[in-house]
Design a protein around this ligand. Structure first.
Ligand code: MN
Ligand code: MN
Length: 311
């Protein structure tokens, strides 16, 4: 398991922890800019910037039992020393890596173990394809589950570059293979076919334009009509490219006209209390000066504080 770096203030031991962070350093199907396998440690490093006290919830992170188990054993994580030249993403392609299916199996084992121990898994990706085993594990454990995906992209392709388990097919796999109790927020990119599929299947989604026009309170009110936010089990997946690149430039596939940092914060604060699992994926460190990993680390802190405050 992993290197020496752990998320700040994750000082509880595993058995006492209510929340368990793990890294999943894999970006094997990333198509535009690789590097998300470097994100778990970049996020951990950024986490040391913050005070433990959270004034919004009047809670101290140091008083919340959470643990960082390190990385899922995916033979990608030693590649952290590789320098990523800006826009030269090809250079970080390490041969002899796991296939996406092997990486997903490793993540699935981790999530299942954490859920079986009655804890909430928090995955630091890695690419978005690793969300699929997290959702599957959560569904196996709870039987009923609502899935909320924050993403710029539909990810509704049947296959991409020959891979059915590509990062571009995540939502399609969830809806077809696991559950259609699914909602996505922040969408602003997809093929004509993906938009048609969303319409014909009645997939509920809130576009980035709608979020901008109507605001987050409206979206949350609408969301409650589809998912019972007060009683149901939710799985929350945060593909960081839901954010506008102005707030999160270091991404695998950045997409302009996105959500603001505060809009995503509001969604996390409202959804975390019902979430049985959370992941934060698609940060590709090296394409900014560290601000995207910093925002990611802060979202993890806010998720934990919000979930804890509601107990
Ligand atoms: Mn995605
Ligand atoms: Mn995306």
């Amino acid at each position: 398991m992993g290197g020496e770096l752990f998320f700040a203030d994750a000082d509880s031991n595993y058995s006492d922890a209510d929340f368990v962070i793990f890294g999943a350093p894999f970006d094997g199907t990333s198509s535009f800019r690789k590097g998300s396998r470097l994100a778990p440690d970049a996020i951990r490093e950024a986490s040391y910037n913050f005070e433990t006290y959270n004034p919004y919830f009047d809670i101290d992170l140091a008083d919340i039992p959470f643990h960082d188990v390190g990385d899922v054993d995916i033979p990608f994580h030693n590649a952290g020393d590789v320098d990523i030249p800006f826009h030269n993403a090809g250079d970080v392609d390490i041969p002899g890596s796991y296939t996406v299916e092997q990486a997903q199996a490793a993540v699935g084992d981790m999530v299942t173990a954490i859920l079986s121990d009655g804890k909430i898994p928090i995955m630091l990706g890695g690419e978005h394809s690793l969300t699929v085993p997290c959702v599957r594990g959560s569904m196996n454990h709870f039987n009923d589950l609502g899935v909320v995906v924050l993403d710029a992209h539909f990810d509704l392709r049947q296959e991409y570059e020959g891979q059915v388990n590509s990062h571009a097919c995540v939502s399609r796999r969830i809806i077809e293979d696991i559950t259609d109790n699914y909602i996505s927020i922040g969408i602003r990119s997809g093929t004509r076919n993906e938009y048609s599929l969303a319409r014909s299947r009645g997939i509920t989604y809130y576009s980035a334009d709608l979020v901008e026009d109507k605001g987050i309170p409206h979206v949350l009110a609408e969301l409650s009509r589809h998912l019972d936010l007060d009683t149901s089990h939710l799985y929350l997946s945060l593909d960081m490219d839901v954010l506008d690149p102005a707030y999160a430039p270091a991404l695998g596939t950045p997409e302009p006209f996105g959500l603001t940092d505060r809009q995503v914060l509001s969604l996390i604060r409202r959804l975390a209390p019902r979430s049985v699992g959370f992941d934060l994926v698609e940060i590709a460190p090296g394409f900014d000066s560290g601000n995207t990993a910093l925002l990611g680390a802060k979202f993890v802190c806010e998720f934990i504080a919000s979930a804890w405050a509601s107990r």
